[in-house]
Design a protein around this ligand. Structure first.
Ligand code: GLN
Length: 292
């Protein structure tokens, strides 16, 4: 038998020795206690109930081998919504919550009234599609993914969060083109890591490569979308993308080359890194903002 305090201390030390952030221990224990409706703070110096202790140490052993906490729990939190995850989908990232916040503020600015046809391309867990649909009731959301397993997971998440979303399986814009859908807003967090880039074990060993790697320069998905987006966008439309922190120059050139009539802006995330691309077609230039 161990107290909460002793168990946390033990695993924090093990984390430090295994190159896992020590904060993970408390974050994991808080989630487990929440599931059990157990008030951790009231009992922190007391003995852990046997069942909780078992769950906690079994989970921590996996986390010490670099397995993401979201996989051990089977879910993560995104914009206050619970999202089920597995090895079939990318674990939703905090940067992507920021993308959603920027999308929602631009909807208010550029599309102040009426219904909005919106699509999330490569939806994965469905985190972006669900959040935008829940937070902006005027949105009619379609979500696509090339992976049938990802679509199945996104459908479960939409049901869990009571979001009304139409799902389609297929490569980038193909399902939308086939269905003749026209959009006000196109959103995507495509794979953007260059093929040769080395990444942390916890990411490369556990998350789907189809959601991470975007060809030699990481821009394959953006090229595919930029080339065919006119077939699915209305005349007045907005596109919103997540992008890699070191892609500003190449991304700017790509937009100027493939979408010369559009205006665009690249925004930084809370860590000051270039992270989001917004592209505007036929929208009022006076309301354009630039954060450079
Ligand atoms: N942000 C993710 C990572 O760095 C990558 C997401 C993506 O490729 N779209 O692990």
């Amino acid at each position: 038998m161990t107290s909460f305090a002793a168990a946390v201390k033990k695993y924090e030390t093990l984390c430090e020795q295994n190159d896992v952030p020590a904060e993970t221990v408390m974050a994991f224990l808080v989630e487990l206690s929440r599931q059990e409706r157990y008030n951790l703070y009231m009992h922190y110096e007391e003995e852990m109930p046997a069942e909780l202790e078992e769950q906690f140490s079994a989970g921590m052993e996996r986390i010490l081998k670099q397995e993401p906490m979201a996989h051990v729990l089977g879910y993560s939190w995104f914009y206050g919504y619970k999202m089920l995850v597995s090895g079939d989908v990318l674990i939703p990232r905090p940067e992507t919550e920021e993308l959603c916040a920027h999308i929602l503020s631009r909807i208010d600015r550029y599309f102040p009234a009426g219904e909005l046809a919106c699509a999330d391309i490569g939806t994965g867990s469905g985190a972006i599609a669900i959040t935008v649909a829940k937070e902006e009731p005027r949105v009619r959301m379609t979500a696509t993914d090339i992976s049938a397993e990802a679509v199945a997971m996104a459908e479960r998440n939409a049901a869990l969060n009571e979001a009304d979303i139409t799902f389609m399986t297929g490569d980038y814009l193909q399902p939308l083109i086939a269905a003749g859908i026209r959009l006000d807003i196109l959103i995507s967090n495509p794979p953007y890591i260059p093929a040769e880039e080395t990444m942390e074990h916890s990411v490369v060993d556990f998350e789907p490569h189809v959601a991470l790697f975007g060809g030699d320069d990481g821009l394959k998905g953006y090229r595919a979308i930029f080339r065919s987006c006119r077939q699915v966008l209305k005349e007045k439309a907005m596109m919103a993308f997540e992008m890699g922190w070191d892609q500003r120059e190449r991304m700017g050139r790509l937009v100027e080359e493939l979408l010369p009539e559009a205006r665009y802006e690249i925004l930084r995330d809370m860590n000051g890194k270039d992270r989001m691309l917004f592209v505007y077609f036929g929208l009022d230039p006076d309301t354009q903002q630039n954060n450079d």
